[in-house]
Design a protein around this ligand. Sequence first.
Ligand code: GLU
Length: 342
Amino acid sequence: MSNLGDLQSLASSIAAVTSPFRNYLNDIYEKYRSLNDGVVADYIPELALAKPEWFGICVVTPDGQIFEVGDCDKLFTIQSISKAFVYGLALEDHGREYVNSKVSVEPTGEAFNSIVLDEATNRPYNPMVNAGAIATADLIKGQNSTERLKRMLAMFKRYTGREHDINVPVFLSEKSTGYRNKAMAYLMLNFGMVSNKIDETLDLYFQQCSILVNAKDLAMLAATLANGGINPVTKERAIDEHYVQDVISVMFTCGMYDASGEWAYRVGIPAKSGVGGGITAVVPSQLGIGTFSPPLDTKGNSLRGIKVCEDLSKDFGLHLFNVAKPERDLKEWLEGGNINDW
Ligand code: GLU
C-alpha cells in the first residue's frame, strides 16, 4: 500500500472511532453480550473449546471505513462461510453454465448435511449445503491438491487483504469424522457429478472449512462483495464482477442453513453463517457485516449474530425489499466517519 493509502486508512480508522455509528455498534454489543442462549458446536472436540462469551461485531463500508467492537481479532474456523466464496472461485474457473450443470441453486429446507440430491438431475441442491459445497470444491482448478488449496487461500487473501492459515487439528478432526461427507461424495461420484479424486476433494473441502478468520475478515469478505468484488481497503479485485451477483444470490436464498427463508423474511440481507460462530452479511453497495459469537441456535446460526443483523436491518432499513423510511439514515450515522471530513 502507498504512503497515501496508509494515511487514508489511518484517517479512516480514526474517523470510524468517532462516528455515531460506532456508538450505535457499542450499544448493540452491550445489548446482546449478556444473551446466554444457544450452544457451542461440539461435533468435533476442537470446536467445543470455543468460549460462549466471545463476541465481536465488525462493519466495513465500501469506501473502506472499519467499525469494530468486541473480539474482532479472535481467530476461529470459517466453516460453512467458505462455501459462498469457493463457489465464486468455481464460477471463475468454469463459468456459470458448467457450474450450474454440477450444482443447482435451489434452497432445500433440509439440514445442511442431508444426503440428498435432486432426483431429476442428480445435482446437489445448492452450493451452501455440504453436498453442493463438496461438488463445488471438486471444481477448483489446480495441478495437484497443494495448488488447489493455494488458489483458495490466495482468493481469501484477495478478499480480506491478509494471509490465512488452516487450523490443522480442526482439519484432521473433520477429516477423521466426516463420514457423512464421504458418503455424499461417493453418492455424487456414482451419478458422475464429481471427479474420482474423492479423497483429494474431501481434503480440500475440510481444509477450506478449517481456514482461520476473525470477525474483521468476515466483514471484509462481505464488504468486498458489497463493493462489486473489490476489497475496499487494498482496492484489489477478489472476484470477477460478473459473478458477484451469483454469490450474493445463493447467500440470500440458501446461506443461513434451513432458516434461510425466515432470515430472508425477517432480516432481508444476503448472509452466510458457519458453525464456528461467524456470520458474514452483504448489504450491496452499502455495508459488509461480520459477526462472531460461538453459541448457535438449533439450525446452526450464531444467536448473537442473528440479533445484531436483525437490529441493523430494522434500525437502518437494510432489508433488501424495504421501501419504508428507515428509523435511522445510514449515511447520516456514518458521517464523521467519512475520511473526506478530515
Ligand atoms: N465442516 C462442517 C461439515 O462439513 C460444516 C460446518 C458448517 O456448517 O459450518 O460438516
